[in-house]
Design a protein around this ligand. Structure first.
Ligand SMILES: NC(=O)c1ccc[n+]([C@@H]2O[C@H](COP(=O)([O-])OP(=O)(O)OC[C@H]3O[C@@H](n4cnc5c(N)ncnc54)[C@H](O)[C@@H]3O)[C@@H](O)[C@H]2O)c1
Length: 340
């Protein structure tokens, strides 16, 4: 079988996850990695066995031997490389959020449709086994009519304070809320009608990074379900897991509860710290990439190779961007915001 060429724009933490999947997939030739930081691009080429690197995404998108591209640059920088890739007719996997402005997300979706390329946004919780089980039960009607969903996805403050130099230009709403908004839409198969959101900016600002501490959102869906969503970036660094992820779905006939972070399936105690290591997302078994965070990227390869439509699409990316923009508007106005 002839291998198909892929490229990655953004060689940071998550671009490296994309590189792992491409490098291990027998259908793929990982051609090129682009990062504005040349050292990062070069190191990821060495690690992944990609053929070459560049520092300008325009050089990567114009290569005729590349058919599919991942964009894993900071949250607010997806638009320009996405438009360049679409103009060049490449299939596209964009990290969540698709864009941080509604106009940008709408334009990406419109131009991708025109160019007839595959457009996927990496909402990888759609591959998470716990959420697949919850969705299966909702779809079978086992829980009855769903009236209330609670979703919490938060990080310790080390993420905004030390991991990213760009936290001030994004927020926990974009970085984690994008996942939980999409999860609610996907589980409920419904769209957001109205959002009320409050936030505070004190702890992180006090520690020199001007980004909100948390977003508390009440989201009303069109068919009537209420989703209460919490995304915080100020958990203590002593948390045993880098995410705090909880979900409760309450219906007229039953409820389901998922704890993705503090389930204690695995506990690790050393002299330095206590950890509950991730066993679902980035799991590798005898060198095979098994976790759901790998599966979503592999799904993009499937879509390109088998001419399938992505499970998480550009339309999903746009709806999530609309909701988070409405959350930001609600914070500023102090009132609920209807999604137009
Ligand atoms: N699916 C997930 O669960 C998941 C997890 C982590 C991050 N992400 C998303 O992936 C994206 C990247 O996050 P990260 O954690 O890898 O961040 P990161 O800061 O580790 O990496 C981003 C990289 O992009 C590079 N970059 C910036 N502008 C660029 C440009 N114009 N062209 C080429 N390279 C450029 C930076 O130099 C950096 O190396 C974000 O949108 C983030 O929300 C998704």
């Amino acid at each position: 079988m002839e291998k198909v060429g892929f490229g990655i724009i953004g060689a940071g933490i998550w671009g490296s996850v994309h590189a792992k999947v491409y490098a291990k997939d027998p259908r793929v030739k990982l051609i090129s990695i682009c990062d504005v930081d040349e050292e990062k691009a070069r190191k990821l080429v060495e690690k992944s066995g990609a053929e070459n690197y560049c520092t300008d995404f325009n050089d990567l998108v114009k290569r005729p031997d590349i058919v599919g591209i991942s964009i894993a640059t900071p949250d607010f920088t997806h638009f320009q490389p996405a438009m360049a890739a679409i103009d060049a007719g490449k299939h596209l996997l964009i990290e969540k959020p698709m864009a941080t402005r509604v106009e940008e997300a709408a334009k990406i979706l419109k131009e991708a449709k025109k160019a007839k390329i595959k457009l996927m946004v990496d909402f990888h919780n759609r591959w998470n086994p716990c959420f697949l089980k919850i969705k299966e039960s909702i779809d079978k009607g086992e829980l009855g009519e769903i009236s209330l969903v609670y979703l919490r996805l938060s990080n310790p403050s080390v993420v905004p304070l030390k991991w990213f130099p760009w936290s001030e230009k994004s927020s926990v709403a974009w970085f984690l809320g994008a996942h939980t908004v999409d999860l609610a839409r996907w589980l409920l198969e419904d769209e957001v009608k109205k959002v009320y959101c409050v936030s505070r900016s004190k702890v992180l600002r006090g520690r020199g990074v001007n980004t909100p501490d948390f977003f508390e959102s009440v989201i009303e869906f069109k068919k009537g379900c209420i989703v209460v969503m919490e995304n915080a970036w100020i958990l203590p660094e002593t948390e045993p897991n880098i995410v705090d992820f909880k979900c409760q779905v309450i219906g007229s006939k039953g409820s389901m509860y998922a704890d993705l972070s503090h389930h204690r399936a695995l506990e690790k105690y050393t002299e330095e710290k206590t950890e509950y290591p991730d066993v679902f997302g980035l799991t590798e078994i005898y060198g095979k990439l098994m976790g759901f965070a790998f599966q979503s990227i592999r799904h993009f390869i499937d879509c390109v190779m088998e001419d399938k439509e992505p499970i998480s699409s550009g339309k999903d990316g746009l709806e999530v961007t609309k909701t988070i923009c409405a959350m930001e508007e609600s914070i500023l106005s102090g009132s609920p915001v209807e999604i137009g």
